[in-house]
Design a protein around this ligand. Structure first.
Ligand code: TRP
Length: 377
């Protein structure tokens, strides 16, 4: 055999088996994340987003981001708290079934490409458009930020475009409150592809990459239940409103909270707000057949035994939460803590491979490709 061929053949196996970071290369990617400004996951988070993340891990190459830099937008003076919440979020994720072996946990502060893309993307977004972002506006109101918020606060919305696009994902599973951010992200991706990659403005969104664009135009994926009501039956489930069932409430507390839902029968409709909550929970946590049967009973004006339904719901919810509680508790040890840090470090390595690749592609498109670089940890 020709020497050069033999040489090539020796090289082949190396190329044939993809490098570590490429092991999911055939799967489309997902990116989503949480900001470690608070802890306390509840059932609203589960049905709104977490459940999707857990379920999609086989089909997609998933990147889950801990937005610890964004946490400084409102907690700049509390770095210890941000650090503790960061570790807490990783524990929560593992507890609910997000799997750091199959998926990559990404620590935002150790992916420099995110910060760099944020700056570059900031040039593509009209200032007034960022400031009109409805999610930012709602946050300014609900967190009482008035007009004292930092420059970095609205900047985080631009940063979120970079968080997402640096992984070039197809899907972004989020709660509905994040839709405005995803929309901005899609705008940036399209504008970038058109401005720097020669993608024509008639090219449909699904065709951007095939037409030479760096970024796929990602879609938001909202959870099965977009807005789970709280125990008060009026507001969305939320920690600050005190109407939540937390994932780590004891079995007893879960049942107690469900028992407290007031069901008021009303002559004309048979239903009022509070009983709607019960029905929404039946839809969310019982089997479809069972939930439909209960709805049918209500519709027919049957004498529905609320106590029984509440017991049934408590049992179903506790069956869902029990393995989560057990996994969370197992992480509350010195070994658990060490494991969490190890997961964060290995995620940083994996994330930077993709992130650096995207940044290099972006810089090439922007005529900023003067030198190559490599990040090592
Ligand atoms: N802003 C999101 C939240 O507070 C967290 C987040 C940061 C995020 N970057 C992201 C979510 C990218 C999805 C994609 O919930």
């Amino acid at each position: 055999m020709h020497v050069a061929w033999r040489f090539l053949l020796r090289l082949l196996p190396m190329h044939a088996s993809p490098p570590q970071h490429d092991r999911h290369a055939i799967k489309p990617r997902i990116l989503t994340g949480d900001t470690p400004t608070h802890t306390g996951l509840h059932l609203g988070h589960w049905v709104g987003s977490l459940e999707n993340r857990v379920r999609l891990q086989d089909e997609f190459d998933c990147y889950f981001l801990i937005a610890n830099v964004h946490a400084f937008t409102t907690l700049a003076d509390k770095p210890e708290q941000i650090r503790a919440n960061t570790l807490g979020i990783v524990k929560d994720w593992i507890a609910v079934g997000m799997d750091p072996e199959r998926s990559t946990f990404v620590l935002q502060s150790e992916v420099p490409a995110i910060a760099e893309l944020t700056f570059l993307f900031a040039m593509l977004l009209p200032f007034n458009k960022v400031m009109r972002n409805p999610t930012l506006k709602t946050e300014i109101d609900s967190k009482g930020l008035g007009d004292t918020y930092s420059f970095g606060f609205p900047m985080y919305a631009v940063g979120q475009c970079a968080d997402i696009l640096v992984f070039r994902p197809e899907l972004v599973p989020v709660g509905e409150d994040q839709e405005a951010h995803i929309e901005m992200c899609r705008d940036v991706a399209m504008k970038f592809n058109q401005m720097y990659c020669g993608v024509g403005n008639r090219v449909p969104q699904e065709g951007h990459v095939a037409a030479g664009g760096v970024f796929p135009i990602p879609k938001a994926k909202i959870g099965r239940v977009a807005r789970l009501a709280g125990l008060d039956g009026v507001n969305k489930m939320s920690k600050s409103l005190g109407n939540a069932i937390f994932l780590y409430d004891s079995a007893k507390d879960v049942q107690k909270k469900i028992n407290k839902i007031t069901v008021v029968a009303e002559e004309s409709t048979g239903l009022v707000a509070q009983s709607h909550v019960l029905l929404q929970y039946c839809d969310a946590f019982l089997s479809r057949e069972r939930a439909e049967a209960i709805r049918a009973d209500y519709a027919e004006g049957k004498n529905v035994m609320h106590g029984h339904i509440k017991a049934e719901l408590g049992e179903a919810i506790n069956a869902l939460l029990e393995p989560m509680r057990a996994r969370r508790e197992a992480l509350e040890t010195a070994e658990g803590e060490a494991r969490v840090l190890e997961i964060i470090r290995s995620g940083i390595k994996r994330a930077n491979v993709v992130a650096e690749e995207t940044l290099a592609m972006s810089k090439r498109s922007m005529k900023l490709d003067f030198a190559e670089r490599r990040i090592s940890y």
